[in-house]
Design a protein around this ligand. Structure first.
Ligand code: ZDP
Length: 286
């Protein structure tokens, strides 16, 4: 069967998007997703994302397979790409007398609850990422008692003790503040954090340098995907961790290797808002 796909990226975190609106089961299996994500033997991507029909009043459902075939609960850069993809699909379907649809938002059902991306009309997408979850059992991690937060907790990795702060944005994140992110051997440490026995669902791993309280530099090792140029949920987790550890403001720019995201942890509703780009790259058929 021929399947159409469109390639998008958010700050170099790249995804294969599949129009799956006619079926509630993904058109591609996890093993096939691994092949498609391969940068030499496939299309090349950090993950495959499916736009499925909505349920319980949501407009659409998002599912995603990482490049190793595992299925994460959420994906921040991916949901910006999904919003842009849906808008492009809808624009192609309505006879286009209106070329500027302007601001547009979607209620997307994910394994991390309903997430609401809004297209700003300038190539940027703002996402209401919901409230972070901070209790150890919610991350999940065994680094503290089930109902306790994990803030600057010592964790032994590669013969060294790291002060880690854990945050769930629907998916697990382990955040470590360091003097100089460029000096971190990510390829060596990443897998050891990801697969550490204190993280039963494995973990995404972020190293953060506080340049100013409103400007963070981040490098990320993603669960199931390895080194990536950007991670939206990771940038949100980094800011939340920085606030918990007293290292940064509630609103900051997070600079990733692929570019910058604007993140705010709202005092009013305790939700995290992420703003950044989503770009279409090319279309094809599998
Ligand atoms: O939690 C995980 O297994 C991640 N690899 C999912 C993907 C996260 C992502 N990079 C993001 O931007 O949040 C897409």
């Amino acid at each position: 069967m021929e399947i159409e796909f469109t390639k998008y990226h958010g700050l170099g975190n790249d995804f294969i998007l599949i129009d799956n609106r006619s079926s509630s089961e993904p058109l591609v299996m996890p093993e096939q997703a691994v092949q498609l994500c391969d940068r030499h033997f496939g299309i090349g991507a950090d993950g495959v994302i499916f736009a499925l029909p909505g349920n319980n009043g949501s407009d659409y459902t998002m599912r995603i397979f990482n490049s190793d075939g595992s299925e994460p609960e959420m994906c921040g850069n991916g949901i910006r790409c999904l919003a842009q993809f849906l808008s492009d699909l809808e624009a192609a379907e309505i006879s286009s007398e209106i070329d500027d649809i302007g601001s547009q938002s979607y209620r997307i059902h994910t394994l991390a609850g309903v997430i609401t991306p809004r297209l700003e009309g300038n190539g940027k997408v703002t996402v209401d990422m919901g409230q972070p979850q901070l209790r150890a059992a919610e991350i999940p991690t065994t680094l503290a008692e089930a109902d306790q937060k994990v803030v600057n907790q010592p964790l032994e990795v590669a013969g060294q003790s790291w002060a880690v702060t854990c945050v769930s944005m629907g998916n697990p994140h382990c955040v470590t503040f360091v003097e100089d992110v460029a000096a971190i051997p990510l390829e060596i440490l990443g897998p050891q954090f990801e697969n550490h026995p204190v993280f039963p669902q494995r973990t995404n791993t972020e190293f953060i340098q506080v340049v100013r309280p409103d400007y963070l530099k981040m490098r990320v090792w993603e669960r199931g995907a390895g080194v990536t140029l950007a991670c939206g949920t990771g940038a949100c987790a980094a800011l939340v961790a920085g606030v918990l550890a007293g290292n940064c403001d509630r609103r900051a720019t997070v600079e990733l290797p692929g570019g910058c995201l604007e993140i705010e942890w709202s005092q009013t509703d305790q939700r995290v808002y992420m703003k950044g780009p989503a770009e279409r790259v090319f279309k094809g058929k599998i």
